[in-house]
Design a protein around this ligand. Structure first.
Ligand SMILES: NC(=O)c1ccc[n+]([C@@H]2O[C@H](COP(=O)([O-])OP(=O)(O)OC[C@H]3O[C@@H](n4cnc5c(N)ncnc54)[C@H](O)[C@@H]3O)[C@@H](O)[C@H]2O)c1
Length: 267
């Protein structure tokens, strides 16, 4: 008797058979960068309609061209998520354009690698607004709709920096630790309404966010030496976890911080 391997990699498993149950799902992704972009394409391949919001029109246009090449239904929204009320406005726009909202993935973030003693209060405020307050604004607006409809999936990108005390990561680490706790409380408050809330916490992934740091002499080897897997990650390695936690199979998984880090947080 032949046995189908549990880890079957046939594309039919994920796409044609709609194993994930994401065909026709309405997905809002904040962030058209390395991770948000890879996830947008993955949701589209799984048959979802995708709205992407970013402040950078060029990133949106480049991603939009890739989504169009897949034949995916997609919407591009240019907005600065640090503006007051931006989360509510964007979610209202997405509900209008996609006709509903089933999944929110927040993948917007910035970093400024300097020691804490060098930061001004304004610089601290800005990083916290981009990385943490925008999660509150978008997830609160999405959650209000999802709680009413009785189902939904909220995901946000945290980081290993939300757990480890990396040097020169003060505001960034605080924002990621804040995301973890904000999502855990959302998970608890919304669980009875069928809305799950989870964080994805990557280790070092090669994207525009990390390109400058990786270009410094010796930096890549230094960082790789900290990872038990012996390498950095790719944006595509975030897509499986994002799709799974958005899928019909993850309805009883909520309040988690999933580390996707090649073992970085083990050592
Ligand atoms: N790349 C990594 O190594 C890594 C590791 C851990 C966590 N993360 C997290 O993953 C998420 C995505 O990171 P990435 O590597 O894809 O970064 P990225 O720089 O490639 O993409 C981030 C996107 O956010 C957008 N953005 C920034 N400020 C904005 C604002 N005010 N309003 C709207 N859009 C704004 C940028 O234009 C950019 O397109 C972030 O939350 C980041 O902290 C990344």
């Amino acid at each position: 008797m032949s046995v189908t391997p549990v880890m079957a990699t046939s594309p039919e498993v994920g796409v044609n058979a709609d194993w994930l149950g994401l065909h026709g799902a309405r997905v809002l992704i904040a962030g058209a960068g390395g991770i948000g972009g890879a996830c947008a394409l993955a949701y589209a391949r799984a048959g979802a309609s995708v709205a992407v919001v970013d402040r950078d029109q060029r990133s949106l246009d480049a991603l939009g061209a890739e989504l169009a090449a897949l034949g995916a239904k997609h919407e591009l929204i240019q907005a600065d998520l640090t503006e007051h009320g931006a989360g509510q406005r964007v979610v209202a726009d997405v509900l209008d354009r996609l006709g509903g909202l089933d999944v929110l993935l927040h993948a917007v973030g910035i970093n400024d690698r300097r020691p804490i003693l060098e930061f001004t209060e304004d610089e601290w405020d800005h990083i916290l607004r981009v990385n943490l307050s925008s999660v509150f604004g978008l997830a609160q607006a999405a959650g209000r709709h999802m709680v009413d409809q009785g189902h939904g999936r909220v995901l946000a990108l945290s980081s290993v920096s939300g757990l480890l005390a990396h040097h020169s990561h003060g505001p960034y680490a605080a924002s990621k630790g804040g995301i973890n706790q904000l999502l855990r409380v959302m998970a608890r408050e919304w669980a009875a309404s069928g809305v799950t809330v989870n964080a994805l916490a990557p280790g070092y992934i090669e994207t525009p966010l990390t390109a400058g740091e990786l270009a410094k002499p010796g930096k890549r080897a230094d960082l790789e030496s900290l990872v038990p897997a012996g390498r950095l990650g790719t944006p595509d390695e975030l897509t499986g976890p994002a799709l799974f936690l958005s899928s019909r199979h993850a309805g009883f998984i909520t309040g988690h911080v999933m580390y996707i880090d090649g073992g970085r947080t083990l050592v």
